[in-house]
Design a protein around this ligand. Structure first.
Ligand SMILES: *[C@@H]1O[C@H](CO)[C@@H](O)[C@H](O)[C@H]1NC(C)=O
Ligand SMILES: *[C@@H]1O[C@H](CO)[C@@H](O)[C@H](O)[C@H]1NC(C)=O
Ligand SMILES: *[C@@H]1O[C@H](CO)[C@@H](O)[C@H](O)[C@H]1NC(C)=O
Ligand SMILES: *[C@@H]1O[C@H](CO)[C@@H](O)[C@H](O)[C@H]1NC(C)=O
Ligand SMILES: *[C@@H]1O[C@H](CO)[C@@H](O)[C@H](O)[C@H]1NC(C)=O
Ligand SMILES: *[C@@H]1O[C@H](CO)[C@@H](O)[C@H](O)[C@H]1NC(C)=O
Ligand SMILES: *[C@@H]1O[C@H](CO)[C@@H](O)[C@H](O)[C@H]1NC(C)=O
Length: 791
């Protein structure tokens, strides 16, 4: 017994050592009963020595793959594998059996894989020189072959019949079945598909009978084609690389690209596989359905070998670090329900050229004149994650983004927001509509001070991180640095304007930036203009002036006063505006007769839209800094037109600073000005809020002439009335104020949001417009200045 066992063991070890060398070196034929063990390199080699069948140890693993590979190429490129889903532990054995064909069992005796449905009795196995492992019966009839049971690769001489499939592996080194599949369908179409529907290619479907595909052929001349029923061919390439001279293979790669590769024979050194063709030619462009080759928010780039790589944009990282083709998640959160958490100072945009995501959670189309406007618009919009600008159209997009790709044919500029630091500030929640007003008065002392402090800290942190919104001017340096004006502004000589204004005779008004005169310029029958003589221009002069004019000259909005031209002669700087017949908003609302509520509300929306344009929609962001009824003009149809925008930068001298700070108490000026805080568009929101209250009440914001002290400060007075539920008081019991759709209380609430002491609490002008238009809900505003009041 012991003797028998020893002999058996000896035989076994002989089988390990001998068959490999003896059998393979003859003619590739393997006898029934032969086996290979998964340990080291054990294989059966074809007679030419070009192909090997056996075990290959998986990279970075102690498991083995039963496979066929190119035996003369050192990289041992695998062309067929059996147990991709169930890698074999060391010591597993593959037996060639008469009744079951190939049988792979683990050392514990567990069956890992077997060659399927063998009808008949296997006489021998054969690793042939084409790379096909065949099981034959005594009559040399093929019972089973790897060519008929392909995995992800086809070799010359291999044919796929209707119903045949190739499956991709999961990654270059992971042979578990992957996402992609290639099928020669019943209808004769060769179709690419993925686990998630991805895309399909109808390569041969023809309306002409007989043009259907019949089989997929890889012949020995190296031609890879679909043979049609009528004998015609759909070829993937005309180029011939015969199998005699080249190693060839066509592989459905793990990334979904089917490609034919070649390598000159004989193998002479460090050359590697090169693709002859690939299908699809650019997989990054395949956008039928499903997530595409790269995961959500990822960017697909086609490499030189026509294979894709996926990359997360800046500020994003892979959800699964082990799956570079997977979804990219943002490292940050834009919580738009919580206005405070979206401090723009914390964000920046990365500019990607010729890159775009073709679909996303929400696409908003915007008519934007420039890429810059597009970028700005997204940057300002908390709901926007990405903006892309192409063909003079701006698309604002939301996560998740799919079909991201880099492609020069896109001709697009894409802006993706990312957070500059990784910390997510702890911000208090914005009071929702469920909060009662009371919270903000009765429980003020402790809560709101804490709240306020933390908000301030956050805000200042944000401001410190990025001090980009400096003062009331453009956010980015203008690209045009040369002094020539690129707009169609007309340049006037001083003499011309002197004549036009009849020697600066008729004064229309005096603003913070200078005196305005009426004039008539001779264009056709003569056009009325308003000529503003600037008091003083920033010292470094000429270039600055023209840069600013370029910015102002490029603004076009129906709620802005249009700049017609300018004069820039020596010390003289004058601006020529269109003349508006109906004077200023100040004279309109503070006059003896109150305009109708509807008219007032239309003006309010007009002003808001004009500001929104300045903040978010024009080429270069403009912070007005001096919104007040004196700077809002009315045209023939009583449309509100904002004037003096873009001038703050020019006039940012001690003079105008003094001017604004002098107003100290409670005018139109946001608290930031006194607090050395960053000046953002929110200063305009504040001023707008004050103006809105003035429009509502037809009263000046500071009215010292009024004997009643508690009414002197309009903002406080209105808040008190609002708190007390007696808003009619604020309107002096105006008769029938509600003749428009706009409700008094709601409008007051919007204004109270705008005049929040903390800029972070104030809505953006976009939100203000939406609230005024009634398209978003208006929550109950907190006390505008809880700090002052608590004290
Ligand atoms: C291979 O060689 C063996 C003997 O070594 C022989 O029995 C067998 O028929 C040969 N097979 C082929 C396919 O030539
Ligand atoms: C297996 O084969 C490869 C290439 O032929 C060789 O580099 C390696 O050393 C072999 N390993 C063993 C354990 O024989
Ligand atoms: C496989 O072959 C080995 C040795 O040749 C033998 O011990 C084992 O029983 C065989 N397994 C099967 C399932 O035939
Ligand atoms: C392979 O196919 C091509 C194209 O149909 C044909 O020209 C060539 O003769 C074929 N080669 C072989 C060996 O069948
Ligand atoms: C091939 O080898 C040569 C030297 O033997 C080396 O200079 C070259 O970089 C190698 N090429 C590749 C692709 O490895
Ligand atoms: C964009 O402009 C076109 C024509 O100028 C206009 O028809 C369209 O309504 C505009 N779209 C938006 C969203 O403003
Ligand atoms: C750009 O837009 C125009 C008009 O809307 C259109 O005719 C043209 O095809 C577009 N070009 C591209 C590349 O989308």
């Amino acid at each position: 017994m012991a003797m028998a066992f020893t002999v058996w063991l000896l035989l076994l070890s002989l089988l390990f050592l001998l068959p490999v060398s003896v059998l393979s070196q003859t003619n590739g034929s393997i006898v029934v009963g032969a086996s290979l063990s998964a340990a080291g390199n054990s294989s059966w080699i074809s007679s030419s020595g070009e192909f090997a069948f056996g075990f290959q140890q998986l990279e970075n693993s102690d498991r083995f793959l039963l496979s066929i590979w190119f035996a003369k190429i050192p990289d041992r490129t695998i062309v067929w594998y059996a147990n991709g889903d169930r890698p074999a532990p060391k010591g597993s054995i593959v037996n060639l059996t008469a009744n079951s064909g190939l049988l792979l069992t683990s050392p514990q005796g567990e069956e890992l894989w077997r060659s399927e449905t063998i009808v008949g009795v296997v006489a021998y196995g054969l690793m042939n020189d084409a790379g096909n492992f065949v099981l034959e019966n005594e009559k040399s009839e093929k019972l089973w072959e790897t060519f008929k049971n392909p995995t992800d690769t086809m070799l010359p001489g291999q044919i796929m019949e209707i119903g045949g499939k190739l499956f991709s592996r999961q990654s270059e080194t992971n042979y578990v079945r992957g996402r992609f599949q290639l099928t020669l369908q019943q209808d004769g179409n060769l179709v690419f598909s993925a686990k998630e529907p991805f895309y399909s290619t109808a390569t041969t479907a023809g309306t002409i009978p007989g043009s259907e595909g019949k089989r997929l052929v890889f012949n020995d001349s190296g031609n890879f084609y679909i043979l049609r029923v009528n004998g015609g061919k759909f070829t993937f390439t005309e180029e011939e690389r015969p199998a005699r001279d080249y190693y060839l293979r066509s592989t459905l790669n793990f990334d979904g690209v089917l490609a034919q590769y070649f390598l000159p024979k004989p193998y002479v050194g460090n050359v590697s596989w090169k693709p002859l063709w690939s299908e699809p030619p650019n997989i990054c462009q395949k956008v039928d359905s499903g997530p595409g080759v790269c995961g959500e928010n990822s960017i697909c780039t086609l490499k030189a070998d026509k294979r894709p790589t996926c990359e997360c944009p800046r500020g994003y990282s892979l959800r699964d670090p082990n799956d570079p083709y997977g979804t990219c998640n943002p490292d940050f959160r834009q919580d738009c329900d919580n206005e405070l958490s979206y401090s723009k100072d914390l964000f920046d945009v990365q500019v990607l050229t010729n890159t775009d995501w073709l679909t996303s959670g929400g696409n908003e189309q915007l008519n934007a004149s420039t890429a810059d406007t597009c970028s700005q618009s997204c940057f300002q919009d908390c709901l926007c994650d990405v903006a892309s600008y192409s063909n003079e159209t701006c698309w604002k997009k939301k996560l998740p983004l799919t079909y991201g790709r880099e492609d020069s044919s896109l001709n697009a500029k894409t802006f993706i927001k990312f957070r500059k630091d990784n910390s997510t500030p702890q911000v208090p929640k914005m009071p929702g509509s469920d909060n009662k007003k009371k919270i903000w008065t009765t429980s003020v002392p402790v809560e709101s001070i804490l709240l306020f402090t933390s908000i301030s800290l956050n805000f200042m942190f944000g401001a410190a991180v990025c001090f980009r919104f400096f003062f009331c001017f453009r956010k980015k340096p203008a690209k045009f640095t040369h002094s020539d004006l690129e707009t169609n502004l007309r340049s006037f000589s001083h003499k011309e304007l002197e004549e036009a204004t009849n020697g600066f005779n008729e004064v229309l008004g005096e603003g913070s930036f200078g005196v305005v005169y009426k004039g008539i310029i001779q264009v056709g029958s003569g056009v009325e203009v308003a000529v503003k003589k600037l008091k003083r221009v920033i010292e470094d002069g000429d270039k600055e002036f023209k840069t600013e004019l370029n910015i102002i000259g490029k603004t076009h909005h129906k709620n802005l006063v249009h700049l017609v031209g300018y004069c820039d002669e020596g010390q003289q700087r004058l601006l020529v505006y269109e003349f508006l017949s109906n004077g200023t908003l100040a004279s309109f609302i503070f006059g003896d007769e109150k305009p109708s509520w509807r008219q007032r509300m239309e003006i309010a929306i007009g002003v808001a839209r004009g500001l929104l344009y300045l903040h978010e929609e024009c080429t270069t962001q403009i912070i007005h800094c001096d919104i007040k009824p004196q700077n809002i003009l009315l045209d023939d149809h009583y449309n509100a037109r904002i004037s003096d925008f873009g001038l703050a930068k020019l006039m940012m001298t001690n003079q105008s600073k003094t001017h604004t700070t002098i107003k100290g108490t409670k005018g139109y000026v946001a608290p930031e000005w006194f607090r050395n805080m960053a000046i953002t568009t929110k200063v305009d929101v504040y001023s707008f809020g004050v103006v809105l209250l003035e429009i509502i009440c037809c009263r000046r914001s500071v009215d010292m002439e009024n004997n009643c002290e508690e009414k002197a400060i309009l903002t406080d007075w209105v808040y008190d009335c609002y708190q007390g539920g007696v808003l009619e008081l604020a309107l002096d019991y105006e008769v029938n104020p509600l003749d428009g759709e706009m409700k008094l209380e709601e409008t007051v609430m919007i204004a109270l949001w705008c005049i929040q002491e903390d800029p972070a609490f104030r809505p953006t002008m976009r939100k203000v417009v939406q609230m005024l238009e009634g398209v978003v809900e208006i929550h109950v505003p907190p006390c505008p200045s809880p700090y002052n009041r608590a004290a």
